[in-house]
Design a binder for this molecule. Structure first.
Ligand code: MSP
Length: 524
């Protein structure tokens, strides 16, 4: 059985600075990649930018740049952010790259040859200053939803993709693959709103602007962004290029991660395009929900935007990633608040995890000169329960990560951390030391070190830097701390020495100060 795992995130519009909501998808992608890698998969993670379209052209003009200059700069910005966030992507595709454009034109030619694309007329409400069409329902009080000005009903020549032709096939596909989209509620939505009422053909070209890939048969038309954008998942792998090695190895995608508002494009048009090309379909679409703020969506004009850089600079990368990963319940929008951020930081990271490590390192130094005892002859009455908790929570973490319930997996890990903290209270090592009960004290120190070893391995997909620091403080080489050693309880080598003084991995925050800081940052 192949152990390849092809994972994609949406390619982002380079229309502004990425906030924590935009960074959310990349953060979960990174944690899924790290988890799958740890489980032995050969993972390929693709991200990139969706650089064409009217909006980008207009933005570039406003900035006094050519669209290409504009997107080049934005691509650097995006890469800089993913580097800062230590996102382990394997390729960064840009839709303005020749490798992408060439293949897209070949794809369009196939559709033209098959008769899937026809010429027709596009009719809609046109806003002259914005140079953009809107549908009746997109208008706000009959005016342009972007600038608020008058709109005019207009028609233009355009190419359409014959979606209707594939409607029955799509329905059958969903009957046979009812779990293709998770959560199920997202699938139900696209059925109710788009498939059940009958598919509309999709307009795939425009001639009111020129920042896009030209229709190969009619260059005054450029492709409408979605056909251009969706194909990135195969063009990046070299589909229909001189070198299809990656495509042959990794396609079909094992998981497309997308935000809930773009599930229609991925759940209807993308499967139809692929089927029309005779290609295999991705195995799964996971439509995640949104990070929202108290007053709704993040928006600069409301003054409620928070950027990943702000949090990383002040609280570190792990705290930022941890917060985002534990925030979102499967299928539900979740609210960022400064109060919650500080609470999670202090309680989960500084208290539960940080203190556990600190106390353990301190006691091993104090009672055994820093050497983790390994010749264990006695047990305490709590050891078995601690071991059982490890087994139970590891199983649950794996199950939850395999079904993309990341928040639940993190909660399982924290149950294990809390159980380990409780073990310190139950066994009261300071009493054992006082009573010179050395054999039991050895067992307790060993069990604590072993629990932290497991916690380090289990936490790597979420807080990779802290995971490394825990191992470093324990004196356990990183290459020995592999996922398959989680089932073992005798993996710590004889003579393993912890650091003399373990630096706290998370310093407690002053709640009032930090809440104030974040609130201020959101207004800037
Ligand atoms: N360019 C298209 C995607 C094409 S994929 C073939 C696009 N770009 S986007 O920049 O607007 O959005 C990229 C992703 O960011 C989407 O999946 C979107 O859901 C996600 N998010 C943007 N704001 C978000 C939140 N506040 N919370 C979580 N994710 C959100 O759509």
């Amino acid at each position: 059985m192949s152990n390849k795992y092809y994972l994609t995130t949406p390619i982002y519009y380079p229309s502004g600075k990425f906030h924590i909501g935009t960074a959310y998808c990349e953060t979960i992608a990174d944690s899924i990649k790290r988890y799958k890698k740890a489980r032995g998969y050969d993972v390929y993670l693709l991200t990139g930018l969706d650089e064409h379209g009217q909006k980008i052209q207009t933005l570039a003009e406003k900035n006094g740049q050519t669209p290409q200059q504009f997107v080049d700069k934005m691509a650097e910005e995006a890469k800089r952010l993913w580097k800062l966030m230590d996102i382990q992507y394997d390729d960064f595709i840009r839709t303005t790259e020749t490798r992408h454009k060439k293949t897209v034109q070949k794809i369009v030619n196939i559709f033209l040859e098959k008769g899937d694309i026809y010429k027709g007329e596009y009719e809609g409400w046109y806003c002259m200053p914005c140079e953009n069409y809107f549908t009746e329902t997109q208008l706000v009080n009959g005016k342009c939803p972007d600038c608020g000005r008058e709109v005019k009903k207009m028609k233009e020549e355009a190419y359409f993709f014959n979606m209707k032709k594939y409607e029955n096939w799509l329905k059958k596909f969903y009957e046979q693959n009812p779990e293709f989209i998770v959560p199920e509620s997202r699938k139900n939505e696209i059925f109710k709103n788009f498939i059940d009422p009958g598919l509309e053909d999709l307009c795939i070209s425009r001639c009111t602007f020129d920042w896009g890939i030209q229709m190969p048969n009619d260059p005054k038309h450029v492709l409408y962004v979605w056909l251009d954008a969706l194909t990135n998942y195969v063009t990046a792998l070299g589909y229909m290029s001189d070198d299809e090695t990656l495509f042959k190895k990794y396609w079909p995608a094992d998981l497309h991660l997308v935000g809930k508002e773009i599930i229609r494009f991925h759940g209807i048009y993308w499967p139809i395009f692929l089927h029309a090309l005779g290609l295999e379909l991705p195995k799964k679409l996971y439509a995640h929900s949104w990070v929202v703020m108290k007053d709704g969506k993040m928006s600069k004009s409301v003054g409620n935007v928070i950027y990943p850089e702000t949090l990383i600079k002040r609280y570190g990368l792990d705290a930022t990633k941890y917060y985002l990963l534990q925030l979102m319940s499967f299928g539900q929008d979740s609210m960022f608040t400064p109060e919650d951020f500080v609470e999670r930081y202090n309680s989960d990271l500084a208290n539960d995890l940080g203190n556990l490590l600190n106390r353990t390192i301190g006691m091993i130094n104090k009672y055994f000169n820093g050497i983790i005892p390994t010749d264990i002859k006695e047990e305490t009455e709590f050891d078995e329960d601690l071991r059982n908790c490890a087994k139970e929570q590891i199983e649950k973490i794996e199950k939850n990560m395999d079904s993309y319930h990341i928040k639940d997996a993190i909660q399982n890990l924290w149950k294990y951390i809390s159980r380990t903290n409780k073990y310190i209270d139950e066994t009261a090592p300071w009493v054992l030391a006082k009573e010179e009960n050395t054999e039991k004290l050895k067992a307790v120190m060993f069990n604590l070190a072993e629990a932290l070893r497991k916690i380090a391995i289990l936490s790597e997909p979420y807080i990779a830097n802290s995971s490394s620091k825990i191992l470093e403080q324990l004196g356990i080489p990183k290459q020995e701390a592999t996922w398959d050693t989680l089932s073992k309880f005798d993996n710590i080598k004889k003579g393993t020495k912890v650091v003399e003084k373990g630096e706290p991995i998370f310093m407690r925050l002053n709640a009032d100060e930090e809440i104030e800081f974040m609130k201020k940052a959101m207004k800037n």
